[in-house]
Write a protein that binds this ligand. Structure first.
Ligand code: BG6
Length: 499
């Protein structure tokens, strides 16, 4: 991770992007390259090669680069764009044609990073072709690495098969499986918060923690992504990857070293300790729902089933909530409640740690009836920071206790340059640091947890899928999941008392 070292430009290299004219490349990857250059973290000796099927030539690709690099967040105006244009080339070709790889071979030497920003159905084929063309052989101290985008598999068997395919061509050390949540500073801060502050660790267990809530709520609906989303749904799209990253970082044991193997080993152990769901618990502990028409902010949103490319009788979930138990010494008996959904009231990703209540006994001769809960909230986005809620004596003659917040906001303490979150990930790959990438076993452990849920849903063709109004906080069924345990979700959006 760049910020733990004296960050230096990586060694000279060539970046080859498969899917160079796609949406991900345009919105996230290219702006991230420009931001890295702004921060002086790019090798001077660098070449960028775009691969896609459209026949746009070097000039068309350079035009595309200019647009992406000036339109999207961060950067330095036009300043670094020309630098990239001078180093950019384009190869038009099909990913399944050997000729495409022969053309690549003519343009690359020494260190090469292949970025697969393509539909997942292409991953295996591209890696295979790279192998056949001899493009991933590491010789003379030079490296060849491959970044693979999400989604990595569609379920457990397909993820296992994909790992097998690519591991038939590449060494694990050459594979960088991306989960862009790990590129977020606030996600990386979870480790710093836990392991760089002496007061945290002694409190971080079943002895003191009542439960954990993880919320990733989005205001956007499915919009034009209907085709992709119909075959994906909220569970596959968000849970085995992004939400499980957060669970792992919150629940893992302190690694022996801050390096890729130690860290990924600890993360894998967390997911392996998650209590296996049976068909019965998968029905009882997991809630799925679809949004119906509603209003998010001032914007009217049609119901999911009325969105483009979505079946009128679709059973694809746009919301999922679940309760997971981690069967190990630190967490036994502490529920982890997870929820994520589209078209909800507010965009918010956070982790809330609810501490056990202090005994009320001390206040038995006073009018105090209840104590405010002690919550530690790690705000991932759009707010970035940490809040600790605790009780104070209200300044009144009688004894009354009120909950107040101690707040840290990144924006108050630091000047943060705009970024897409991909900067750290691309840089780390160029310097060969895989700490923030997923190892094969991390991926498979995530899919193993959700597979029983997928199986139960697949078998169920008839039950009514619950709905929630777009712009609400989710379905009632998700509230019931917690109220059965005597708990409540944190509010997604503040309640408007004027209504
Ligand atoms: C992507 C999902 O991986 O993550 C999207 O495919 C989702 O559906 C996105 O909107 C959320 O990312 P972020 O960084 O906006 O929380």
């Amino acid at each position: 991770m760049a910020d733990t070292k004296a960050a230096e430009p990586p060694p000279p290299c060539t970046l080859v992007i498969f899917g160079a004219t796609g949406d991900l490349t345009k919105r996230l990857l290219l702006p991230a390259l420009r931001n890295l250059r702004r921060d002086g973290l790019f090798p001077e000796d660098f070449k960028l090669i775009g691969i896609a099927s459209r026949d746009i030539g070097d000039e068309g690709f350079r035009k595309h680069l200019r647009e992406a690099m000036t339109e999207f967040k961060g950067g330095n105006g036009e300043a670094d764009v020309d630098w990239f244009l001078q180093r950019a080339h384009y190869i038009s070709g099909k990913f399944e044609d050997a000729a495409t790889y022969a053309a690549i071979a003519k343009q690359v030497k020494d260190n090469v990073l292949f970025y697969l920003a393509t539909p997942p159905s292409e991953f295996s084929g591209i890696v295979n072709q790279l192998g056949k063309a001899g493009l991933v052989k590491e010789e003379g101290g030079h490296w060849r690495r491959v970044i693979i985008e999400k989604p990595f598999g569609h379920d457990l068997p397909s993820a296992v098969a994909l790992n097998k395919d690519i591991l038939g061509v590449l060494q694990e050390t050459q594979i960088y499986r991306i989960d862009h949540y790990l590129g977020k500073q606030t996600v990386q801060n979870i480790m710093v918060f836990r392991f760089a502050n002496g007061f945290v660790e002694p409190l971080w267990s079943r002895d003191h923690i009542d439960h954990v809530q993880i919320t990733v709520s989005e205001t956007v609906g499915v919009e034009s992504r209907g085709r992709f989303y119909e075959s994906t749904g909220a569970l596959r799209d968000m849970v085995p990857n992004h939400l499980f990253q957060l669970v792992s970082l919150i629940a893992m044991e302190p690694p022996s070293r801050f390096d890729a193997e130690a860290l990924r080993g600890e993360k894998a152990k967390v997911l392996e300790s998650v209590q296996h769901l049976t068909p019965y618990t998968a029905r009882g502990q997991v809630v799925r729902a679809q949004y119906a028409a509603g209003t998010v902010g001032d914007k009217a949103i049609p119901g999911y089933r009325d969105s483009p490319d979505v079946a009128k009788d679709s059973r694809t979930e746009t919301y999922v909530a679940m309760k997971l138990m981690i069967d190990n010494w630190r967490w036994a008996g502490v529920p982890f409640y997870l929820r994520t959904g589209k078209a909800l009231a507010k965009r918010r990703t956070d982790i809330n740690i609810r501490f056990k209540q202090a005994p009320l006994a001390l206040f038995r001769d006073t009018p105090v009836e209840s104590l405010p809960p002690n919550d530690l909230t790690i705000h991932i986005q759009p707010d970035e920071g940490v809040t600790l809620r605790f009780g104070v004596k209200a300044p009144e003659p009688q004894m009354r206790i009120e909950g107040v917040d101690l707040k840290f906001n990144y924006a108050d303490a630091f000047t943060v340059a705009p970024s897409t979150g991909y900067e750290t990930l691309v840089y780390d790959c160029m310097i060969g640091d895989a700490t923030l990438f997923q190892r094969a076993d991390n991926i498979e452990a995530g899919w193993s947890i959700v597979q029983p849920i997928l199986d139960v849903w697949e078998a169920d063709k008839t039950s009514v899928i619950p709905t929630y109004a777009a712009g609400s906080s989710g379905p009632e069924e998700a509230d019931a999941l917690l109220s059965r345990d005597g708990r409540r979700w944190r509010q997604i959006a503040p309640v408007d008392k004027t209504k």
